[in-house]
Design a protein around this ligand. Sequence first.
Ligand SMILES: *Cc1c(COP(=O)(O)O)cnc(C)c1O
Length: 348
Amino acid sequence: MGDWRKNIRQVVPYTPGEQPKRTNLIKLNTNENPYPPSKKVQEIINQIDNWRLYPDPAAGKLVHALAEYHGLGDDQVFVGVGSDDVLAMSFMTFFNSEKPIFFPDITYSFYDVWADLFRIPYETKALDQEFNIRKEDYMQPNGGVIFPNPNAPTGVLVDLDFIEDIIQANQDVIVIVDEAYIDFGGVSAKSLLKKYENLLVVQTYSKSRALAGLRIGYAMGNPELIKALNDVKYSFNSYTMNQPSIAIGAAVLEDEDYFQETIKKIVETREWFKSEMRELGFSFADSKSNFLFVTHKTVPAKAIFEAAKENDIFVRYFDKPRIDNYLRITIGTEEEMKSFLAFLKKFL
Ligand SMILES: *Cc1c(COP(=O)(O)O)cnc(C)c1O
């Protein structure tokens, strides 16, 4: 018997939130948008007739549309299969130092998975008691920095001065800002791209644009970083972006009114839901995302999580140090949140 097992890569994979097969439930566990995407989606999909052919490996149409939308050059945008793909490629491309990369201890739980997968050394930096990132922690020698803004699963936003201080202290490495939730009330760090060559800003269609099912994410950065990302991508898989993603991704950017309207509804629901939750004895850091990360003064989070599930309401619970008494609740429609509140009032 050979010892072939020793040559197998051992990884502990990321655990995505549950995607139940049933549809008659209230799903507040994976930060999806409760509203449908732009009507352009159906329109465009009916027009696609070149399924037989490979897609444009450069996804030129989508890259160009995104560049125009954000006021950048085409050579400043890289697209991928969801921001998870873009982030994984970025880890591979930019984090190649012997020094550890830094990210918060409470953050998107894919970062340590990619670091392990690509054998990148890393150090997590503890958030303070109120779940704020402490910027001094990021001012020691490192191999790169990444954090979401707003952070997930806390929802806490930092301002551009804060981000600029971190970039300024890290001129020898790449700093990645993961803006999966920026459209729900933050200001994008993309305006800092003019000033800093070592900044990469990553965004996604999955949350604010209600297209999690399509899988589109993108990075914005200086042309040298974008070329480096493309070189790695083309060394891995030339055709990551399929026909519909390229066409629909470009088209929905024209539907700005609908986009703004949907966001406005979610933000209004979020602010109303915050006051309702406070009244029920929950506390939470102020969220600028499409979710709330809450803890109750007396009732354990896990008990609420399980009871909610029995009532066909799915929220997210992380069985991890420091956050195992918290629930992450996606902001759904006002009606969905009312049902959830009704359940809570009965249960508590
Ligand atoms: C949802 C999320 C992503 C990944 O989203 P995609 O669907 O892969 O675009 C990345 N980062 C954070 C912080 C997220 O919450």
